[in-house]
Design a protein around this ligand. Structure first.
Ligand SMILES: [Zn+2]
Length: 230
């Protein structure tokens, strides 16, 4: 059983970065819940979130929850701000295990693949409290800049948030050798092609809208314009 702890950054009276009508605390929670939902398709995995609602938790509380639970991996999800564009990931800048570095390599690569077209700001290291205080390998992802107009318009798209989540999950799949549950792929999940070569994902064909969003994200990644119809 692989135990994945997901920490949506900020919350409650700490909104994180705020710009362009967006709040970091809301985006991080959406992405974290999408990661949790996608991970539901895998076997031998247990997922816990530091928060599932708009509540405040200190950085120590977040790390303590993961430590007490005995998580195998800690992922803190954030949105960047302060002038810039693109994606970057962080691990602790002190002593870390070789697994921490290996996981960052694969997570970073898979997230960049899932959000292609976004500037890669690189794999970085910093003395962040959640990275320092967690006892297991840990990563912090900074998913685009809330105060950059192009980044913000992407962050306003629910399907883009799904792509970010999908990248995290692809990274976890590769890092931990996760396998999908046998019943995870309904036969109805195949998209039908129209004569205009537009692939439409019909939400009614899915038990869960998240599955449709994930498929749409996968198709978009492959270069197909995918739309989720209501
Ligand atoms: Zn943040």
């Amino acid at each position: 059983m692989v135990k994945i702890f997901i920490d949506p950054g900020h919350g409650g009276n700490d909104p994180g970065a705020v710009a362009n009508g967006l709040k970091e605390k809301e985006l991080t929670l959406k992405i974290a819940k999408k990661i949790q939902s996608l991970l539901g398709e895998y076997q031998n995995i247990s997922v816990k979130l530091s928060r599932t609602t708009d509540v405040y938790l200190s950085l120590s509380e977040r790390a303590n929850l993961a430590n007490a639970w005995g998580a195998d991996y800690f992922i803190s999800v954030h949105i960047n701000a302060g002038g810039g564009t693109g994606f970057e990931s962080y691990i602790y800048n002190g002593n870390v295990s070789s697994a921490t570095i290996a996981y960052q390599n694969v997570m970073h690569q898979e997230i960049m693949k899932a959000i292609s077209g976004v500037k890669d700001r690189g794999k970085k290291r910093a003395n962040y409290a959640v990275l320092r205080k967690t006892k297991m390998p840990a990563i912090l992802t900074e998913n685009l800049f809330i105060d950059h107009s192009t980044d913000a318009s992407k962050l306003k798209s629910d399907s883009f948030l799904s792509q970010i989540a999908f990248g995290h999950v692809q990274g976890l799949e590769k890092a931990f050798g996760l396998k999908k549950k046998a019943a995870a792929k309904p036969s109805s999940a195949k998209p039908a092609a129209s004569n205009q070569k537009v692939y439409r994902v019909q939400v009614g064909a899915f038990a869960d809208r998240k599955n449709a969003e994930k498929l749409a994200a996968e198709l978009k990644k492959k270069g197909y314009p995918a739309f989720i119809t209501k």
